[in-house]
Design a protein around this ligand. Structure first.
Ligand SMILES: [Zn+2]
Length: 183
């Protein structure tokens, strides 16, 4: 499926005209009412939470990429900052407020959901948990049913092919290069 055919509208969302056209995959335009809709990326976040050289990951319960390894994170809500989204998603998905985190990197991604394919820009953050591995695992509560089997995986032994999304794989490579913690 080429980009030109993803999320194609049959009717103008403003006037209902059938003449709406996609312009180079970046926006839609309607010649009948002048409606312009830009196909901007949706913002999303992910958190690499590390404790003593191990990364917190979980098995995704839902599609897309059900069964693959995911990170706490998700889409940024309207009127929310990247940081606020990161904190909210951690609370929702693993039941903890993350420790102070830093920006790591960002990569584009695609996220198929029902009949739409979202183009996203995924921003990744990094945090170091100060307690023990046992304390971190004991504090996790997978409250909203999106994550199961939370586990700590040594960063150096981690198989990137297990990671759910391309953006996460690329960000993980950055994490591996820049992580200054004793591994
Ligand atoms: Zn129109």
């Amino acid at each position: 499926m080429s980009d030109e055919h993803i999320n194609e509208f049959k009717f103008c969302p403003n006037c209902g005209s059938r003449n709406i056209k996609t312009k180079a995959g970046t926006h839609w335009t309607c010649p009948d009412c002048g409606y312009d809709l830009y196909n901007n990326d949706a913002a999303a976040v992910g958190l690499f939470l590390v404790v003593h050289g191990k990364l917190l990951v979980f098995r995704r319960v839902k599609d897309p990429q059900k069964g693959k390894l995911g990170l706490p994170g998700g889409f940024v809500n309207k009127d929310e900052s990247l940081e606020e989204a990161c904190i909210r998603e951690c609370r929702e998905e693993i039941g903890i407020t993350p420790p102070v985190f830093s920006y790591l990197c960002s990569f584009p991604n695609t996220y198929p959901y029902k009949t739409l394919v979202y183009s996203t820009c995924d921003a990744f953050f990094y945090a170091e948990y100060k307690g023990t591995e046992e304390e971190l695992l004991a504090s996790i509560k997978t409250v909203d049913g999106e994550a199961e089997n939370c586990q700590l995986v040594p960063i150096n032994e981690f198989d990137p092919n297990e990671i759910a999304f391309e953006s996460m794989r690329k960000a993980f490579a950055v994490l591996r290069k820049t992580c200054t913690m004793p591994l």
